[in-house]
Design a protein around this ligand. Structure first.
Ligand SMILES: [Zn+2]
Ligand SMILES: [Zn+2]
Length: 440
């Protein structure tokens, strides 16, 4: 006689509550030991050691630092991936920043890792797989933050990765081939916000650019007339980008936010090597590609004006979020049960940020919930985990209760969501149409 969904959820939540202190401690330890994407060596080792300690087998070094652990159901009608991100972001001024690298968990991905351990405790101690008709794959995924473009571009050129984002790389490597549904959550800073959680929200997609202006060195005091000033070219390029902004439509949510990563070599030499990184974000692929063309034209105008050269490396960024309402509603109902319906919004308007979960959502039903507990600004020095119960423990409960709904009772709900889903593209189209930017 199988247990009902409610009995399974009760047992899962009880198991998580029994390990509450360990789950919080895990999250706090990761918070204090941040690592940047594709370099999450300690975080991956920590997750591997955790899985060993509870007797879960795992596959390591997937897309450099990723860790996978599959738990088989009593039958395998469906496979649900539960993802947690391993990486931190670069905020050198953060009180918990790594002194050497400047990395800090100012996006709260430590909470995702802690929540994965909570999900694992629930699976193990509540013997969930005995009553589920599908498999669960725990996935610790590298490199969600799209940063250190030059470093990662080098990894691409060395053949170590094909994409800058870890989930994109999972698609490329075939990790997602037998996965039917992806479930994850991200910590939310709830300061001044009406809701403590939302089941889903829109997110912009984007392309990335690495820009190099090449001028000609000359003595900056003695012979500037013999030089070609690449910094002047870059300044004109940036100004020309600003001149495009009035052409962006409100509904497309275009954001272009370049930084200069190198402004010259020595102050008494005319700058001959100036570098810029930028994203071009937008709410849909056509708008992104259109804005991207205008940005390239603007960058080229800067080079033309002073007779410099410009090289633009295009990098595939992330796709906009494709919200699956049927799946979001499963997460929504569980969040309502856990924290009260008045605290939860089902589908929220996104902030204009991006995630490579958007890429996964083009291929399979995906839910990317936001659950509170953080305060301060995301990617800012004041970001911290204030409500540890919410950020670490409730997050784990929301994930596993959603998975139980998908896989209990013959995986009826999960199969319905799978069957009602039309992918926006196949894996082959994705690698060809989005991944092609790598090859250019
Ligand atoms: Zn972030
Ligand atoms: Zn994040």
């Amino acid at each position: 006689m199988s247990r009902s969904r409610e009995e399974l959820k009760k047992a899962a939540v009880a198991a998580i509550d029994r390990h509450r202190d360990e789950i919080i401690a895990y999250g706090e330890e990761v918070f204090a030991a941040p690592e940047l994407g594709y370099k999450e060596v300690k975080s991956a080792a920590k997750f591997q050691a955790f899985l060993d300690s509870i007797g879960f087998e795992h596959k390591d070094n997937v897309a450099i630092t990723g860790v996978l652990s599959t738990q088989k159901g009593r039958s395998s009608k469906l496979k649900v991936a539960v993802m947690g991100e391993l990486d931190a972001v670069l905020v050198p001024g953060h009180p918990f920043a790594d002194a050497l690298t400047g990395a800090a968990h100012a996006c709260g991905h430590c909470c995702m890792q802690a929540a994965l351990t909570g999900v694992a405790w629930a699976i193990k101690e509540a013997n969930l797989m005995e009553d589920l008709d599908g498999d669960i794959e725990l996935m610790a995924v590298p490199a969600e933050e799209y940063v250190e473009l030059e470093y990662r571009n080098k990894l691409i050129k060395e053949g170590k990765i094909s994409f800058l984002g870890g989930k994109q790389e999972f698609v490329k490597l075939g990790v997602m081939d037998d996965v039917d549904i992806m479930v994850m959550q991200h910590t939310l800073s709830t300061h001044n916000k009406k809701y403590k959680a939302h089941a889903a929200s829109s997110a912009n997609g984007f392309v990335g650019k690495l820009v190099r202006y090449i001028g000609k060195e000359a003595h900056a005091g003695g012979a500037p007339f013999d030089g070609i000033n690449a910094l002047n070219a870059a300044e004109i390029g940036l100004t020309a980008i600003h001149a495009q902004r009035e052409t962006f439509r409100d509904e497309d949510h275009i954001r272009v936010h370049p930084i200069i990563t190198k402004g010259g070599d020595l102050v008494n030499i005319v700058p001959a090597d100036v570098r810029i990184e930028t994203y071009v974000r937008g709410a849909n692929v056509d708008a992104i590609l259109d804005a991207s063309k205008k940005v390239n034209r603007a960058l080229e105008a800067g080079a033309y004006a002073v007779g410099a050269q410009v090289e633009i490396d295009e990098l595939p960024g992330y796709l906009p979020m494709n919200i699956n309402e049927e799946l979001a509603t499963v997460m929504y109902n569980n969040l309502c049960d856990l924290i009260g319906a008045d605290q939860v919004e089902n589908i929220a308007q996104g902030s204009g940020g991006s995630t490579d979960a958007g890429d996964i959502a083009h291929l399979m039903p995906t839910v990317h919930a936001y659950i509170g507990g953080a305060s301060g600004g995301a990617h800012c020095p004041d970001f911290t985990i204030e409500d540890k119960e919410m950020a670490y423990v409730t997050a784990a409960k929301a994930l596993i209760c959603t998975v139980i709904d998908l896989l209990a009772d013959g995986a009826e709900k999960g199969l319905s969501i799978k069957n009602n889903f039309t992918p926006k593209m196949t894996k082959e189209q994705y690698l060809r149409d989005w991944g092609h930017l790598n090859a250019d």
